[in-house]
Design a protein. Structure first.
Length: 151
């Protein structure tokens, strides 16, 4: 029981709490955005959601990014130097409109127990927090486009 509680607390505190270490935190708001390039985005994928998700996910190793299906999947990664715990993040953009329900984030977690990696349940608030960060960035990108007369 104590081990499970400690693991849950670590996930809840370490991942969202690393915003002070902006150089290491891909979800921090004040990390400079990756260089932007114009890419023709299919109508089934909202370009602001895609661009925001790519900016945030580009700070981590990516396993897959497919613009046409709107899917971005990170590779398994250790966060905050906790070697017995690793996470994978999957982002799916499901519509062509800038809407909160057009974005789905899934977080997977594995713990090393007795030398073997075992799938465990991450804090469910983590995926919601990542969705919120991507939606906020998409909103900023949209407002910038409107102000520049692009929209």
């Amino acid at each position: 029981m104590n081990k499970r509680l400690a693991s849950l607390l670590a996930a809840a505190l370490l991942l969202p709490g690393c915003s002070w270490m902006t150089a290491l935190n891909p979800w921090a708001d004040d990390v400079p955005a990756a260089e932007e390039t114009e890419v023709a985005v299919p109508q089934s994928v909202n370009r602001y959601l895609w661009q925001a998700a790519m900016q945030k996910m580009s700070k981590m190793p990516l396993q897959r990014s497919d613009l046409h299906s709107g899917v971005i999947v990170s590779d398994w990664m250790v966060v905050n130097g906790v070697p017995d715990e690793k996470f994978q993040i999957a982002v799916r953009i499901t519509c062509g409109e800038l809407r909160a329900d057009g974005l789905k984030v899934t977080v997977s977690k594995m713990n090393r127990i007795n030398g073997k990696w075992v799938q465990t349940v991450p804090d469910r608030r983590l995926a919601g927090e990542i969705e919120r960060i991507i939606l906020n960035q998409a909103s900023v990108l949209y407002r910038s486009a409107v102000a520049a007369g692009e929209e």
